[in-house]
Design a protein around this ligand. Structure first.
Ligand SMILES: [Zn+2]
Ligand SMILES: [Zn+2]
Length: 314
């Protein structure tokens, strides 16, 4: 099951690390100031997902690439329109005469629309952008698929949904057969919907579909990160489409209810609004994140109380 950790302290910005179980790989959502993020964790990040480039979400990008350079890895960066130019500008603002092109490669995926993702590559020491392809999906690796919604925060703000791949498990106790390589053959037949596949167990041949009852399909865990967004119907429609019934969602809750006028002016959300939509969209668990820096520990408690009251309401 995917696990997320908030790496920013109260009054810092925001950065969330997502860990994949039984793998050394991590994903990072946003690059705000985050003193709990360790060098070792940064070095295990294989992809960075930027919601938008307001300074509280992007200021620590330098701190991140500082520890990635020299790894020789290829690291993916996903983000909103123009993210490639903003990454380029940051990288070009340093001197790289002692670094050669094998030190790292960033692959930048610029989200233009739901169907149009531009893919760029950028490498040291010159950091000149090369446009590769345009694709209609954002991110997939051996562990997850990442879907997204483009929300309105007076600028595009990308909300990401990490969906673990579905898994098929063998029910050992329901089976009277001796274990063998037929189990993986059966799983493959199941995944490919190949009911007629012949499966040999010891001396007997079975039709795959007659053995499918020995398998259980479990749907992959769905973890969402919804950063800055305005309280408006248009955003909620998009959030519903992607995040409905997700297992766990971290959602921006920048203001207390009593400060909701600021939320409106700044295209942000507030406590009961974030809690309410998480309830309406039947999200199983939700966590409010990213509070205004002027708030104290007590204000944070107030936000959490109002959020969970709205979230748990029937
Ligand atoms: Zn913002
Ligand atoms: Zn923000």
């Amino acid at each position: 099951m995917l696990q997320a950790e908030i790496k920013s302290l109260l009054r810092e910005d925001i950065s969330i690390l997502i860990k994949i179980p039984n793998s050394g790989k991590h994903y990072l959502c946003d690059c705000g100031e985050a003193s709990l993020l360790t060098v070792k964790e940064i070095q295990s990040v294989s992809a960075i997902f930027i919601s938008h480039t307001h300074i509280d979400h992007f200021s620590n990008f330098d701190g991140i690439f500082r520890h990635q350079i020299g790894s020789g890895e290829k690291i993916v960066i996903c983000g909103p329109k123009n993210i490639h130019h903003q990454v380029e500008a940051r990288l070009k603002s340093y001197t790289w005469n002692l670094v050669d092109e094998s030190a790292i490669e960033y692959e930048i995926r610029e989200i233009v629309s739901k169907e149009e993702i531009n893919v760029y590559k950028i490498r040291p020491p010159h950091w000149d952008l090369e446009l590769g392809t345009t694709q209609n999906f954002l991110f997939e690796d051996e562990y997850v698929n990442v879907d997204f919604a483009i929300l309105d925060h007076k600028t595009d703000s990308i909300a990401y949904l990490f969906k673990e791949k579905d898994s098929v498990t063998f029910n050992e106790y329901a089976s009277e057969f001796k274990k063998g390589k037929w189990i993986s053959e059966l799983k493959t037949a199941f995944e490919n919907n190949d009911s007629n596949k012949e499966i040999r167990i010891e001396e007997t041949v079975y039709k795959a579909s007659d053995l499918f009852h020995l398998l259980t399909k479990s749907e992959g865990y769905k973890l969402g990160v919804i950063m800055d967004h305005a309280v408006c119907e248009n955003n909620y429609e998009k959030i519903k489409t992607i995040f409905k019934e997700a297992d766990l969602v971290y959602i921006e809750t920048f203001y207390k209810d009593e400060d909701q006028e600021f939320a409106k002016t700044n295209y942000h959300s507030f406590a009961s609004a974030s809690g309410k939509i998480m309830n309406e969209f039947e999200v199983k668990e939700a966590i409010p994140i990213h509070f205004s820096r002027r708030y104290t520990e007590n204000d944070k408690l107030e936000i959490e109380t109002a959020f969970y009251k709205a979230f748990r309401e029937n």
